[in-house]
Design a protein around this ligand. Structure first.
Ligand SMILES: C[S@@+](CC[C@H](N)C(=O)[O-])C[C@H]1O[C@@H](n2cnc3c(N)ncnc32)[C@H](O)[C@@H]1O
Length: 336
C-alpha cells in the first residue's frame, strides 16, 4: 500500500469528530427539515435558520463531499437518498439520535482512553453522574433519548413483527421497554394480547401519554426496577437493547429476575433483541461496542458471548436469527 493511501485512511478515522460535529451543526439548525420542501440556496437556508450564508455553505459542502446532500449547478442544496433520514419528519429519522449522541456521547468519548484502560464507564467523568441519573435530572434530554430509541427501532420492529409469530403468546412483558414502543408495530401487525412494559418510574408519564396516544389500550405500564422484580406469568419476556447497557454481573442479575418471573408460566420464552458484535460485515456493531463501554462500562456482545451469558443465567438458547444488519433475535428458554 502506498504511503499516501495509508495516511488517508488514518486521517479519515482520526478526523471523524469533524464529520460528526459538521453534521450536528447542520441538523441542529434544522436544514434537513427545510430541504424536505425542495432544493434551496445557501442564502435562503441561512435566512430560514438565522445563520451566515457563507459558513452554512461551507458546512454543507463538507457533507456533500462526504456523500450527504447534493448541490446542483445553480449552487442549490438538496437531499440525496442518504440524507433524507436526517429530517425530523422521516419515519426512521436519525435526527434525535444525532442530537443526543453529538452532545452526550461526544463529550463522553473525550474520556475513552480511560475507559479502554479500566473497562469502566466514563460517562460520569464527562457529565458528573451516571447515564440514567443524568437523564433523570434532565427531562428534556430524557425525552430526546426516548424519542431517539423509538425512531431507531421502528423499521427493525416492523421487520421483526413479520419475521416472528408473536400471535402465539398469551401475554408479553417487555423488560426495560421504555414507553412501550415494541407494541406499536406488533399491534399494527394484528398482535394485541395483554402486554406489560416494565421501566423506570421516570418514564411513567411519557409512557402513559404514548400508550394513550397510540391507542395501545391492551398495554399496561409498570414502574419498577428490573434488578428487583419482573412481572410474573407471561408467555414471552423481551429484553431489547437492555443487556448491552450492562456488564456481565448486572446482566446475570436481570436475567435471574426474568427467570424467576418465568417460573409462574411453564413454557415461557425469553427473546433478547440486540446488536450482535461482528453479526454483519459493517463496522457499526464494533463502533457501538465503544459507545456501550464509554457510557456504561458495558458491551455489544458476539453471538458466542451471548450464548455464554445466557447459559450462565440458566437459559438454553433455542434460536439465533438475524433481523436486519447485525441486529438479531435470540430466543431462549429456562433450562429445566
Ligand atoms: C437502551 S434503552 C432500551 C429501551 C427499549 N427496550 C428499546 O429497545 O427501545 C434501556 C431501557 O432500560 C431502562 N432501564 C434502565 N435501568 C432500569 C431498571 N433498573 N429497571 C427498569 N428499567 C430500566 C431505561 O429506562 C431504558 O428505557
Amino acid at each position: 500500500m502506498k504511503e499516501s493511501t495509508m495516511s488517508a485512511t488514518a486521517k479519515r478515522v482520526m478526523f471523524g469528530y469533524i464529520q460528526t460535529q459538521t453534521l450536528h451543526a447542520v441538523v441542529k439548525l434544522g436544514v434537513p427539515d427545510i430541504l424536505d420542501a425542495g432544493p434551496a440556496s445557501a442564502g435562503v437556508l441561512a435566512e430560514r435558520v438565522r445563520a451566515r450564508p457563507d459558513t452554512l455553505a461551507r458546512a454543507l459542502d463538507v457533507l456533500v463531499r462526504l456523500g450527504l446532500f447534493c448541490r446542483d449547478e445553480d449552487g442549490r442544496y438538496a437531499h440525496n437518498e442518504d440524507s433524507r433520514c436526517l429530517s425530523s419528519a422521516h419515519p426512521n429519522s436519525l435526527a434525535d439520535l444525532l442530537l443526543f449522541c453529538a452532545r452526550e456521547s461526544y463529550q463522553t468519548f473525550a474520556h475513552l482512553p480511560e475507559a479502554v484502560r479500566t473497562g469502566e464507564a466514563v460517562f460520569p467523568e464527562a457529565w458528573g453522574a451516571p447515564f440514567w441519573d443524568h437523564l433523570e435530572a434532565n427531562p428534556d434530554r430524557a425525552a430526546l433519548f426516548a424519542r431517539a430509541m423509538e425512531r431507531q427501532s421502528e423499521a427493525l420492529l416492523r421487520k421483526l413483527a413479520t419475521d416472528h409469530d408473536f400471535g402465539q403468546y398469551a401475554e408479553i412483558v417487555d423488560v426495560g421497554g421504555g414507553k412501550g414502543q415494541l407494541f406499536r408495530p406488533l399491534a399494527a401487525a394484528g398482535v394485541r394480547p395483554p402486554c406489560v412494559v416494565l421501566d423506570q418510574p421516570s418514564v411513567t408519564d411519557a409512557a402513559q401519554a404514548y400508550l394513550a396516544q397510540e391507542g395501545l389500550d391492551h398495554v399496561r405500564f409498570t414502574a419498577g426496577d428490573f434488578f428487583m422484580a419482573v412481572p410474573e406469568g407471561a408467555a414471552l419476556y423481551v429484553l431489547k437493547f437492555v443487556l448491552h447497557d450492562w456488564a456481565d454481573p448486572e446482566c446475570l442479575r436481570i436475567l435471574e429476575r426474568v427467570r424467576e418471573a418465568m417460573t409462574k408460566s411453564p413454557g415461557a420464552k425469553l427473546m433478547v433483541i440486540e446488536l450482535v458484535r461482528g453479526g454483519d460485515p459493517s463496522p457499526w456493531s464494533y463502533l457501538s461496542d465503544m459507545l456501550m463501554l464509554s457510557t456504561f462500562g458495558a458491551m455489544e456482545r458476539s453471538e458466542a458471548e451471548f450464548r455464554v451469558l445466557l447459559n450462565a443465567a440458566g437459559f438454553e438458547v433455542e434460536a439465533v436469527e438475524a433481523i436486519a444488519g447485525a441486529h438479531y433475535q435470540i430466543v431462549a428458554a429456562p433450562r429445566s
